[in-house]
Design a protein around this ligand. Structure first.
Ligand SMILES: [Zn+2]
Length: 245
């Protein structure tokens, strides 16, 4: 019976390597497989840090995966398995289409992706797969935080400082005047949260500075001398309003 499998891990945990390994193993057994990745990898290949790579079909946000896979199955004559990399970037609806591939076409689907963003929340595609998959497996990483604890969280840094706001996907260098060098690293939850807290604090501080500006200048907010006769009393104003309808 076909299954929808979701394997997740942090950056650098070897997801693409595992995707390629399964692709290779199934083909070595004479099975027909289809390898897919997301638009983000524009070259249409799945490659691992170990230097292995294979041609892959590119999934675009508008792709109907059920239709696409059904067509490929037809043209190939038979299809045993589909292997999907970078599924965190798939649309939730595409994850549902993958579930239909399993249920209606009887094709095994292996999906690989990151679980959470640098902001510490689940990617939409990964959340949907968590909900739909028959099996969910976390890749146990050897990666360590600088403190020595197991690294479980993806962190984004701009000029070496952890950030929690910004686009989920940074494609290349945006080149803007405020763009710094964007890097990623893995942290343990404690140190990810400490960095996130500091980033949040820095953001609030920026807000505070704006809000507090009038109070920072007591000269301007101090008592102002006025001529009492020139100021209408509320009573006076009410009477006037009543007298002149
Ligand atoms: Zn740590």
């Amino acid at each position: 019976m076909a299954k929808l499998r979701f394997t997740f891990g942090t950056m650098g945990s070897g997801k693409s390597t595992q995707a390629l390994q399964i692709h290779h193993n199934l083909r070595a057994r004479g099975l027909t497989t289809l390898l897919m990745t997301q638009l983000d990898r524009r070259e249409g290949r799945v490659s691992s840090r170990l230097g292995v790579s294979a041609d892959a079909e590119i999934v675009e946000p508008s792709s109907d995966l059920f239709d696409l896979i059904r067509q490929r199955a037809k043209s190939l004559g038979h299809l045993n398995a589909v292997i999907c990399d970078e599924v965190q970037f798939y649309q939730p609806a595409q994850c549902e289409q993958l579930a239909r591939v399993v249920d209606e076409l009887g094709v095994d689907v292996y999906t690989f992706g990151l679980l959470t963003t640098f902001q510490g929340v689940m990617f939409d595609g990964s959340a949907r797969l968590m909900e739909l998959a028959d099996t969910r497996t976390e890749i146990q990483v050897e990666a360590r935080c600088w403190c020595g604890a197991r690294a479980t969280h993806n962190a984004r840094f701009v000029d070496g400082v952890q950030v929690i706001s910004g686009a989920t996907v940074v494609v290349g260098d945006t080149g803007g005047p405020t763009a710094g060098e964007v890097t990623y690293d893995l942290l343990c939850r404690r140190h990810w949260m400490e960095g996130a807290q500091a980033a949040r604090g820095a953001q609030l501080e920026l807000l505070d500075v704006d809000d507090a500006r009038p109070g920072d200048h007591p000269d301007r907010s101090g008592p102002v001398e006025v001529d009492p006769d020139a100021v209408p009393t509320p009573l006076h104003a009410t009477q006037n309003a009543g007298e002149s309808p």
